[in-house]
Design a protein around this ligand. Structure first.
Ligand code: ATP
Length: 587
């Protein structure tokens, strides 16, 4: 019922169109019901009254029928055209709401959801819903008027025949209800399997470079083949259910005619019905049966549309893990102090990743996080912009709990440079402007210079207007990295999180980017996740994360002197890199 109410709410903005659509549908049905009546009156009365009466009757009957059919055509036009437009408008509203919701949902949701499945919801589910939204009420309305109207007239013509027809129809409805349930299950399964195919395609295409570099096309084909095969099996089950449903219904429709001919013949033989009445009755059986067919098709549309709508509702009801508290305040005049007080965190219940972490980073300081892979460095950084919320303790920015701040103002104050830079399809300028949508040309050029991008821009025929390709595939790793730094120069955040952005680059690119990053870090609080310890020796403080806690802290010199975990890591890294075995990082 709730789902139904939610569905109906999408009609609200188009109430006028909706009721006009229903009105037109009612006119179409009324004309269809009137025709056999007129026919019955002509054959039963008018045509028996002699030529003069016939001529006289036709002089008003023909224009009246012409007007009826012109009005019906106009209504049909409205229903076909405006009705569809209304459906498309509702589909657009739902797609907008869904996209808005997807933008709101937090990292946690995307950790457990496949993007291929979401794409399928945005495209095919919504189309089916729109078809139902438009055709559903209108077809139901037309069908009910025709079925009830024609049945009432048939009862008036001959109630015994009418009851025979009603009895066969009841058996037919029972059969439909049973088959319908079976069909519904197969439609729901179909949707799941289509989502599976989408997920498989998106996953494989997004990783196409990895696939080809491993020459793993046959493996991908095998995985896709499985999803494809599953879809085929589901479709087969679906068509079997549909076959039984449609064949059964058509059989019962035939049975209706056989029953009427048989019972009508017997009644005519006993003189209880005239031939004219029987002919009119048969015409009404047509009016009665055709909407039954529409209702049957509507059932399929309803199954598809409603199972799509349930999936749509599922996402719309998803409450974002991270959202503004009702009394959240704006983070203003940001200084850039960051503190963790006894912070613990777990992605999954019972599997702690961080336990009782505490530290303070005064504004403008440069702190590095070091430690083995998987120790929780990235997780610590994710808690500051509230990509996830701490399960215990407090994360503070400028002394305020991040949970008490408006998300947009908090995230405006934080810039993140990731190892994996994501560039959007578009030009270099578009991607730089992502840091500040209203940036002027001069501001962009200034960011370009500061990020050491000038040489690249000068070397490209289209300069800033060069297309970067999907996810920036036409650019090198270093170039993408510099674009991501340029957009942070534009954003100008007070707090910087650097997930050691240069670890995948060659020495020359690294040197250029390190220079840009040093410029970017000036006057900001900077938290660097170090993968190579050589890059963090100048940090004001190094926090060594191990086993979900802070194992050591201090400057590089202090930690080397301490000769603990950090010193051991340094030695291992430099031995591997062929450097001094005593951890003698170039100082
Ligand atoms: N989205 C996630 N869902 C569930 N577990 C996660 C998620 N992200 C990370 N983890 C787990 O949390 C732990 C800490 O991961 P994190 O990425 O913070 O480590 P890290 O120190 O940054 O590692 P690296 O140096 O390799 O980047 C790991 O055990 C990891 O498997």
């Amino acid at each position: 019922m709730q789902t139904f109410k939610y569905f109906v709410s999408f009609y609200k903005p188009y109430k006028g169109m909706f009721f006009l659509d229903l009105f037109c549908a009612a006119v179409i049905s009324a004309v269809d019901i009137a025709f056999p009546l007129i026919f019955g009156w002509c054959t039963g009365t008018l045509f028996l009254e002699g030529p003069d009466a016939i001529y006289h009757g036709l002089t008003w009957l023909i224009p009246a029928m012409l007007v009826m059919y012109i009005v019906k055509a106009a209504c049909r036009y409205y229903v076909t055209c405006q009705g569809h437009i209304m459906g498309a408008k509702m589909e657009t509203d739902m797609r907008r709401d869904l996209f808005e919701q997807l933008q709101r949902l937090s990292f946690g949701f995307y950790d457990r959801t496949n993007t291929g499945t979401l794409t399928s919801r945005i495209v095919s589910d919504l189309f089916d819903i729109s078809e139902l939204a438009h055709h559903g009420p209108e077809n139901l309305f037309i069908s009910l008027i025709k079925i009830l109207g024609s049945f009432a007239v048939m009862l008036c013509i001959n109630w015994q025949l009418g009851l025979c027809l009603g009895a066969v129809t009841l058996v037919m409805l029972w059969f439909s209800a049973v088959q319908n349930k079976r069909m519904e299950a197969t439609f729901a399964d179909n949707r799941k399997k289509v989502a599976g195919i989408n997920a498989s395609v998106v996953d494989s295409l997004e990783g196409i470079r990895v696939v080809q570099s491993f020459a793993n096309e046959p493996l991908e084909l095998q995985k896709f083949g499985k999803a494809n095969e599953n879809y085929l099996k589901s479709k087969e089950a679906n068509y079997r259910a549909m076959g039984a449903y449609y064949t059964g219904n058509h059989f019962f429709q035939g049975l209706l005619y056989v029953t009427i001919v048989l019972a009508g013949g017997l009644l005519a033989a006993r003189g209880e019905i005239s031939i004219g009445e029987l002919a009119t009755f048969v015409l009404y059986v047509n009016v009665f049966v055709s909407p039954l067919e529409i209702l049957i098709e509507l059932t399929e549309m309803f199954q598809k549309g409603f199972s799509g709508f349930r999936r749509f509702e599922e996402i719309m009801k998803e409450v974002p893990d991270i959202q503004d508290a009702p009394d959240a305040g704006e983070l203003r005049d940001v200084k850039g102090d960051v503190s963790f007080h006894d912070v613990s965190f777990a992605y999954e219940d019972g599997v702690p990743v961080l336990e009782n972490i505490s530290f303070d980073i005064p504004a403008g300081r440069n702190v590095a996080l070091a430690g083995p892979s998987g120790s929780g460095k990235t997780t610590i950084c994710s808690l500051i912009p509230r990509f996830y919320d701490a399960t215990a303790g407090e994360v503070l920015v400028d002394g305020q709990n991040v949970k008490d701040l408006q998300l947009h103002s908090l995230r405006d104050a934080i810039g993140v440079v990731q190892q994996d830079v994501y560039l959007f399809d578009g030009t270099i300028a578009d991607n730089i402007r992502y840091g500040k949508w209203d940036a002027t040309e001069e501001e962009i050029m200034d960011a370009v210079r500061k990020a050491n991008l000038q040489d690249l821009i000068d070397s490209l025929a289209d300069g800033l207007e060069t297309q970067v390709g999907e996810k920036g595939t036409r650019l090198s790793g270093g170039q993408k990295q510099r674009i991501s730094i340029a957009r942070l120069f534009l954003k100008d955040p007070k707090i910087l999180i650097l997930d050691e952005a240069t670890s995948a680059l060659d020495n020359e690119s690294e040197a250029v980017i390190q220079r840009s990053l040093r410029d970017l870090a000036k006057g900001r609080t900077c938290l660097t996740i170090a993968h190579r310890l050589s890059t963090i020796q100048n940090a004001d403080e190094i926090l060594v994360i191990d086993d979900g806690g802070i194992a050591e802290r201090g400057t590089h010199k202090e930690l080397m002197k301490k000769n603990g975990i950090y010193a051991r890591y340094c030695r291992i890294q430099f031995e591997n890199a062929g450097g001094d075995a005593d951890g003698g990082i170039r100082e």
